[in-house]
Design a protein around this ligand. Structure first.
Ligand SMILES: [Zn+2]
Ligand SMILES: [Zn+2]
Length: 373
Protein backbone atom coordinates (compact mmCIF):
# COMPACT_ATOMS: atom_id res chain seq x y z
CA UNK A 1 0.00 0.00 0.00
CA UNK A 2 1.20 3.50 -0.90
CA UNK A 3 0.62 6.68 1.01
CA UNK A 4 -2.36 7.10 3.27
CA UNK A 5 -4.26 9.91 1.59
CA UNK A 6 -6.70 10.17 4.49
CA UNK A 7 -3.86 10.71 6.87
CA UNK A 8 -2.24 13.27 4.58
CA UNK A 9 -5.46 15.30 4.47
CA UNK A 10 -6.22 14.58 8.11
CA UNK A 11 -9.76 13.35 7.51
CA UNK A 12 -11.52 10.18 8.70
CA UNK A 13 -12.12 7.32 6.27
CA UNK A 14 -15.83 8.10 6.12
CA UNK A 15 -15.35 11.85 5.52
CA UNK A 16 -17.96 13.46 3.28
CA UNK A 17 -16.90 15.20 0.04
CA UNK A 18 -17.63 18.55 1.75
CA UNK A 19 -15.44 17.68 4.69
CA UNK A 20 -12.61 16.70 2.36
CA UNK A 21 -12.97 19.89 0.38
CA UNK A 22 -12.99 22.00 3.56
CA UNK A 23 -9.97 20.26 4.97
CA UNK A 24 -8.10 20.57 1.69
CA UNK A 25 -8.77 24.29 1.63
CA UNK A 26 -7.39 24.65 5.14
CA UNK A 27 -4.25 22.78 4.16
CA UNK A 28 -3.75 24.91 1.08
CA UNK A 29 -3.94 27.99 3.26
CA UNK A 30 -1.35 26.50 5.51
CA UNK A 31 1.12 25.02 3.04
CA UNK A 32 0.72 26.96 -0.16
CA UNK A 33 4.23 27.74 -1.44
CA UNK A 34 3.31 31.41 -1.73
CA UNK A 35 3.34 31.52 2.04
CA UNK A 36 6.60 29.65 2.41
CA UNK A 37 8.78 31.05 -0.31
CA UNK A 38 12.06 29.79 1.16
CA UNK A 39 10.87 26.46 2.41
CA UNK A 40 11.27 23.53 -0.03
CA UNK A 41 9.56 21.23 2.48
CA UNK A 42 6.32 23.19 2.11
CA UNK A 43 6.34 22.65 -1.65
CA UNK A 44 6.85 18.92 -1.17
CA UNK A 45 4.10 18.81 1.38
CA UNK A 46 1.77 20.72 -0.93
CA UNK A 47 2.41 18.27 -3.75
CA UNK A 48 1.48 15.42 -1.43
CA UNK A 49 -1.71 17.18 -0.36
CA UNK A 50 -2.68 17.81 -3.98
CA UNK A 51 -2.11 14.20 -4.81
CA UNK A 52 -4.29 13.04 -1.91
CA UNK A 53 -7.03 15.48 -2.77
CA UNK A 54 -6.96 14.56 -6.41
CA UNK A 55 -7.91 11.03 -5.46
CA UNK A 56 -10.22 11.57 -2.51
CA UNK A 57 -12.23 14.32 -4.21
CA UNK A 58 -13.05 12.06 -7.15
CA UNK A 59 -15.74 9.46 -6.19
CA UNK A 60 -14.48 6.88 -8.71
CA UNK A 61 -10.83 7.25 -7.77
CA UNK A 62 -11.69 7.32 -4.10
CA UNK A 63 -13.66 4.05 -4.40
CA UNK A 64 -10.76 2.47 -6.27
CA UNK A 65 -8.31 3.69 -3.66
CA UNK A 66 -10.47 2.44 -0.79
CA UNK A 67 -10.59 -1.00 -2.37
CA UNK A 68 -7.03 -1.40 -3.64
CA UNK A 69 -5.00 1.11 -1.66
CA UNK A 70 -3.83 2.69 -4.91
CA UNK A 71 -5.26 4.35 -7.96
CA UNK A 72 -4.70 2.98 -11.44
CA UNK A 73 -1.16 2.22 -12.39
CA UNK A 74 0.43 5.13 -10.65
CA UNK A 75 0.93 5.57 -6.97
CA UNK A 76 1.39 9.30 -7.11
CA UNK A 77 2.17 12.23 -9.30
CA UNK A 78 -0.06 15.09 -10.14
CA UNK A 79 -0.59 14.13 -13.77
CA UNK A 80 -4.18 13.19 -13.34
CA UNK A 81 -5.25 16.15 -11.29
CA UNK A 82 -8.63 17.21 -12.56
CA UNK A 83 -8.50 20.96 -12.78
CA UNK A 84 -12.00 21.05 -14.24
CA UNK A 85 -13.31 20.42 -10.75
CA UNK A 86 -12.28 23.97 -9.99
CA UNK A 87 -12.99 25.52 -13.32
CA UNK A 88 -9.34 25.75 -14.26
CA UNK A 89 -8.35 25.71 -17.88
CA UNK A 90 -5.02 24.19 -16.99
CA UNK A 91 -2.42 24.49 -14.33
CA UNK A 92 1.15 25.27 -13.59
CA UNK A 93 3.15 23.72 -10.85
CA UNK A 94 0.98 25.47 -8.33
CA UNK A 95 -2.15 27.41 -8.98
CA UNK A 96 -2.70 30.87 -7.69
CA UNK A 97 -4.11 31.07 -4.21
CA UNK A 98 -6.57 33.75 -5.20
CA UNK A 99 -7.84 31.69 -8.12
CA UNK A 100 -8.26 28.78 -5.79
CA UNK A 101 -10.34 30.86 -3.40
CA UNK A 102 -12.46 32.11 -6.25
CA UNK A 103 -13.14 28.58 -7.29
CA UNK A 104 -14.21 27.66 -3.82
CA UNK A 105 -17.14 29.95 -4.37
CA UNK A 106 -16.07 33.37 -3.14
CA UNK A 107 -15.82 34.99 -6.52
CA UNK A 108 -19.26 36.49 -6.76
CA UNK A 109 -18.83 39.11 -4.09
CA UNK A 110 -15.70 40.85 -5.09
CA UNK A 111 -13.91 38.72 -2.57
CA UNK A 112 -10.90 37.96 -4.68
CA UNK A 113 -10.49 41.49 -5.91
CA UNK A 114 -10.71 42.95 -2.43
CA UNK A 115 -8.35 40.43 -1.13
CA UNK A 116 -5.82 41.17 -3.82
CA UNK A 117 -5.93 44.86 -3.06
CA UNK A 118 -5.63 44.52 0.71
CA UNK A 119 -2.72 42.24 0.16
CA UNK A 120 -1.02 44.65 -2.13
CA UNK A 121 -1.56 47.57 0.23
CA UNK A 122 -0.26 45.81 3.27
CA UNK A 123 2.80 44.18 1.76
CA UNK A 124 3.66 46.72 -0.89
CA UNK A 125 6.39 49.25 -0.18
CA UNK A 126 4.74 52.13 1.64
CA UNK A 127 6.12 55.64 1.66
CA UNK A 128 7.01 56.97 5.10
CA UNK A 129 4.99 59.73 6.68
CA UNK A 130 5.96 63.36 6.36
CA UNK A 131 7.27 65.29 9.33
CA UNK A 132 6.44 68.89 10.07
CA UNK A 133 9.13 70.62 12.07
CA UNK A 134 8.74 74.20 13.34
CA UNK A 135 11.87 76.29 13.11
CA UNK A 136 12.59 79.90 14.05
CA UNK A 137 15.27 81.86 12.20
CA UNK A 138 16.56 85.41 12.28
CA UNK A 139 15.50 88.07 9.83
CA UNK A 140 18.89 88.03 8.11
CA UNK A 141 18.85 84.22 7.82
CA UNK A 142 15.45 84.41 6.15
CA UNK A 143 16.62 87.03 3.65
CA UNK A 144 19.95 85.43 2.81
CA UNK A 145 19.29 81.72 3.36
CA UNK A 146 21.02 79.54 5.93
CA UNK A 147 21.97 76.07 7.02
CA UNK A 148 20.71 74.75 10.36
CA UNK A 149 21.28 71.68 12.44
CA UNK A 150 18.02 70.33 13.77
CA UNK A 151 17.36 67.45 16.12
CA UNK A 152 14.19 65.50 15.56
CA UNK A 153 12.52 62.27 16.53
CA UNK A 154 12.21 60.13 13.44
CA UNK A 155 11.19 56.60 12.46
CA UNK A 156 14.11 54.64 11.06
CA UNK A 157 14.20 51.18 9.47
CA UNK A 158 14.79 48.69 12.28
CA UNK A 159 18.47 47.65 12.22
CA UNK A 160 17.69 44.17 13.56
CA UNK A 161 15.00 42.98 11.11
CA UNK A 162 15.64 45.50 8.31
CA UNK A 163 11.98 46.45 8.31
CA UNK A 164 10.32 43.04 8.15
CA UNK A 165 9.24 43.03 11.81
CA UNK A 166 10.34 39.39 12.08
CA UNK A 167 12.92 38.19 14.55
CA UNK A 168 15.87 37.09 12.39
CA UNK A 169 15.73 33.35 11.73
CA UNK A 170 12.21 32.82 13.06
CA UNK A 171 10.15 32.93 9.83
CA UNK A 172 6.39 33.16 9.49
CA UNK A 173 3.35 31.17 10.53
CA UNK A 174 -0.14 31.26 9.06
CA UNK A 175 -2.27 33.90 10.75
CA UNK A 176 -4.49 32.14 13.31
CA UNK A 177 -7.24 34.76 13.09
CA UNK A 178 -7.95 34.48 9.37
CA UNK A 179 -6.28 31.12 8.67
CA UNK A 180 -4.13 32.71 6.02
CA UNK A 181 -6.83 34.36 3.93
CA UNK A 182 -5.96 37.85 5.07
CA UNK A 183 -9.61 38.77 5.46
CA UNK A 184 -12.44 38.18 7.86
CA UNK A 185 -15.68 37.25 6.16
CA UNK A 186 -19.18 37.60 7.58
CA UNK A 187 -22.29 36.17 5.92
CA UNK A 188 -25.48 38.10 6.55
CA UNK A 189 -28.74 36.48 5.55
CA UNK A 190 -31.18 39.04 4.19
CA UNK A 191 -34.40 38.84 2.19
CA UNK A 192 -32.31 39.64 -0.87
CA UNK A 193 -30.12 36.64 -0.27
CA UNK A 194 -26.83 36.05 1.47
CA UNK A 195 -24.63 39.06 1.73
CA UNK A 196 -20.95 38.66 2.38
CA UNK A 197 -18.97 41.44 3.96
CA UNK A 198 -15.29 41.26 4.58
CA UNK A 199 -12.67 43.23 6.40
CA UNK A 200 -8.91 43.11 6.36
CA UNK A 201 -7.70 40.81 9.09
CA UNK A 202 -6.53 43.00 11.99
CA UNK A 203 -4.03 40.44 13.22
CA UNK A 204 -1.99 40.06 10.03
CA UNK A 205 -3.15 43.26 8.24
CA UNK A 206 -4.17 41.21 5.24
CA UNK A 207 -0.91 39.38 4.70
CA UNK A 208 -2.28 36.04 5.88
CA UNK A 209 0.80 35.33 7.93
CA UNK A 210 2.37 36.62 11.07
CA UNK A 211 5.95 36.50 12.22
CA UNK A 212 6.62 33.38 14.21
CA UNK A 213 8.45 35.68 16.57
CA UNK A 214 8.24 39.45 16.45
CA UNK A 215 11.51 41.32 16.17
CA UNK A 216 12.75 42.06 19.67
CA UNK A 217 14.05 45.48 18.68
CA UNK A 218 10.99 47.01 17.00
CA UNK A 219 8.24 44.78 18.39
CA UNK A 220 7.19 43.80 14.87
CA UNK A 221 6.58 47.26 13.43
CA UNK A 222 9.73 47.21 11.29
CA UNK A 223 10.66 50.72 12.37
CA UNK A 224 12.23 52.24 15.44
CA UNK A 225 12.03 55.84 16.62
CA UNK A 226 15.40 57.50 16.87
CA UNK A 227 16.64 60.96 17.73
CA UNK A 228 18.51 62.31 14.75
CA UNK A 229 20.47 65.47 14.17
CA UNK A 230 20.54 66.53 10.55
CA UNK A 231 21.62 69.60 8.68
CA UNK A 232 18.94 71.35 6.66
CA UNK A 233 19.30 74.07 4.08
CA UNK A 234 16.82 76.93 4.19
CA UNK A 235 16.73 78.83 0.93
CA UNK A 236 17.10 82.59 0.74
CA UNK A 237 13.87 84.54 0.80
CA UNK A 238 11.65 82.48 3.10
CA UNK A 239 9.09 84.22 5.25
CA UNK A 240 6.96 83.43 8.30
CA UNK A 241 4.32 80.79 7.57
CA UNK A 242 6.20 79.19 4.68
CA UNK A 243 6.87 75.47 4.64
CA UNK A 244 10.22 74.39 3.26
CA UNK A 245 10.23 70.85 1.90
CA UNK A 246 13.32 68.75 2.53
CA UNK A 247 12.84 65.74 0.31
CA UNK A 248 13.35 62.28 1.76
CA UNK A 249 14.07 63.36 5.33
CA UNK A 250 10.73 62.30 6.82
CA UNK A 251 9.90 59.01 8.51
CA UNK A 252 11.26 55.76 7.06
CA UNK A 253 8.94 53.85 4.73
CA UNK A 254 7.61 50.34 5.31
CA UNK A 255 8.55 47.26 3.29
CA UNK A 256 11.35 49.12 1.55
CA UNK A 257 9.19 52.11 0.63
CA UNK A 258 10.80 55.55 0.32
CA UNK A 259 11.09 58.00 3.17
CA UNK A 260 8.53 60.73 3.64
CA UNK A 261 9.50 64.36 3.40
CA UNK A 262 10.44 66.82 6.08
CA UNK A 263 8.62 70.15 6.10
CA UNK A 264 10.18 73.04 7.97
CA UNK A 265 7.52 75.43 9.18
CA UNK A 266 9.23 78.79 9.19
CA UNK A 267 8.93 81.57 11.74
CA UNK A 268 11.08 84.63 11.09
CA UNK A 269 12.12 86.86 13.99
CA UNK A 270 11.53 90.55 13.24
CA UNK A 271 14.38 93.04 12.84
CA UNK A 272 13.45 96.46 14.23
CA UNK A 273 15.46 98.21 11.48
CA UNK A 274 13.86 96.62 8.46
CA UNK A 275 10.46 95.87 7.08
CA UNK A 276 10.05 93.45 4.22
CA UNK A 277 7.54 93.77 1.42
CA UNK A 278 8.07 91.14 -1.28
CA UNK A 279 11.64 91.47 -2.48
CA UNK A 280 12.03 94.98 -1.04
CA UNK A 281 13.39 95.92 2.34
CA UNK A 282 12.38 99.25 3.83
CA UNK A 283 14.59 101.25 6.13
CA UNK A 284 13.64 104.61 7.60
CA UNK A 285 16.47 107.18 7.85
CA UNK A 286 16.02 110.14 10.15
CA UNK A 287 17.65 113.42 9.07
CA UNK A 288 17.44 116.95 10.42
CA UNK A 289 15.83 119.93 8.76
CA UNK A 290 19.20 121.51 7.84
CA UNK A 291 20.43 118.18 6.44
CA UNK A 292 17.31 117.96 4.30
CA UNK A 293 17.86 121.50 3.07
CA UNK A 294 21.61 121.35 2.55
CA UNK A 295 22.05 117.70 1.67
CA UNK A 296 24.15 115.13 3.56
CA UNK A 297 25.60 111.62 3.60
CA UNK A 298 24.13 108.88 5.79
CA UNK A 299 25.14 105.33 6.67
CA UNK A 300 22.41 102.80 5.90
CA UNK A 301 22.69 99.45 7.69
CA UNK A 302 22.59 96.31 5.54
CA UNK A 303 20.83 93.09 6.50
CA UNK A 304 24.02 91.12 5.85
CA UNK A 305 25.92 93.40 8.23
CA UNK A 306 27.93 96.57 7.67
CA UNK A 307 26.75 99.82 6.11
CA UNK A 308 26.36 101.47 2.80
CA UNK A 309 26.86 105.24 2.47
CA UNK A 310 23.99 107.05 0.81
CA UNK A 311 24.16 110.61 -0.44
CA UNK A 312 21.09 112.68 0.39
CA UNK A 313 20.87 115.57 -2.08
CA UNK A 314 20.07 119.15 -1.03
CA UNK A 315 16.34 119.91 -0.87
CA UNK A 316 15.28 116.37 0.02
CA UNK A 317 11.65 116.25 1.08
CA UNK A 318 10.20 114.39 4.01
CA UNK A 319 9.02 110.95 2.82
CA UNK A 320 11.42 110.84 -0.12
CA UNK A 321 12.63 107.34 -1.04
CA UNK A 322 16.05 106.27 -2.25
CA UNK A 323 16.82 102.79 -3.61
CA UNK A 324 20.00 100.94 -2.89
CA UNK A 325 20.04 98.33 -5.64
CA UNK A 326 20.38 94.64 -4.86
CA UNK A 327 20.46 94.99 -1.07
CA UNK A 328 16.87 93.97 -0.45
CA UNK A 329 15.45 90.44 -0.20
CA UNK A 330 15.62 87.41 -2.44
CA UNK A 331 12.41 85.71 -3.41
CA UNK A 332 12.51 81.92 -2.91
CA UNK A 333 13.75 80.27 -6.06
CA UNK A 334 15.04 83.50 -7.62
CA UNK A 335 18.63 84.64 -7.87
CA UNK A 336 17.66 88.28 -8.21
CA UNK A 337 17.79 90.35 -5.08
CA UNK A 338 15.45 93.28 -4.62
CA UNK A 339 16.27 96.81 -3.46
CA UNK A 340 16.79 98.29 -0.06
CA UNK A 341 14.45 101.28 0.00
CA UNK A 342 15.54 104.13 2.27
CA UNK A 343 12.66 106.30 3.39
CA UNK A 344 13.60 109.76 4.57
CA UNK A 345 12.00 111.15 7.65
CA UNK A 346 12.88 114.77 8.43
CA UNK A 347 12.70 115.15 12.18
CA UNK A 348 11.06 118.27 13.57
CA UNK A 349 12.69 119.31 16.87
CA UNK A 350 10.27 118.84 19.75
CA UNK A 351 12.35 120.35 22.50
CA UNK A 352 14.61 123.00 20.92
CA UNK A 353 17.21 124.85 22.94
CA UNK A 354 17.05 128.65 23.34
CA UNK A 355 19.74 129.09 20.71
CA UNK A 356 17.86 126.91 18.27
CA UNK A 357 14.66 128.86 18.91
CA UNK A 358 16.47 132.18 18.19
CA UNK A 359 17.85 130.86 14.92
CA UNK A 360 14.55 129.38 13.83
CA UNK A 361 12.79 132.67 14.69
CA UNK A 362 15.36 134.43 12.50
CA UNK A 363 14.63 131.96 9.72
CA UNK A 364 10.89 132.53 10.17
CA UNK A 365 11.41 136.29 9.69
CA UNK A 366 13.12 135.64 6.39
CA UNK A 367 10.28 133.28 5.29
CA UNK A 368 7.65 135.84 6.33
CA UNK A 369 9.31 138.64 4.43
CA UNK A 370 9.35 136.41 1.33
CA UNK A 371 5.60 135.85 1.71
CA UNK A 372 4.72 139.59 1.88
CA UNK A 373 6.83 140.52 -1.12
ZN1 LIG B 1 12.80 44.99 13.92
ZN1 LIG C 1 -4.89 37.27 9.54
Amino acid sequence: MGKDYYEILGVPRDASPDEIKKKYRELVMKYHPDLHKNDPEAAKRMAEINEAYEVLSNPEKRAQYDRFGAVGAQGGGRGGFDFRDFGFGGGGDFFDLDDLLRNFGFGGFGFTENRRSTRRESEAPTRGEDIEFPITITFAEAILGTKKEITLSRKEVCPTCHGSGVEPGSGYVTCPTCHGTGILKKVQRTIFGDFITQTTCPTCHGTGRIPKQKCHTCGGSGVVTETKTIEVKIPAGVDTGMRVRIKGQGHAGLHGGPRGDLYLKITVLPDSRFERVGDKLYYTAHITFPEAVLGTKINVPLVEGGYETLRIPPGTQNGAEFHIRGRGAYMVGSRRRGDLVVKIQVDIPTNPSQEEVLLIEKLKEIYDSKKTQ
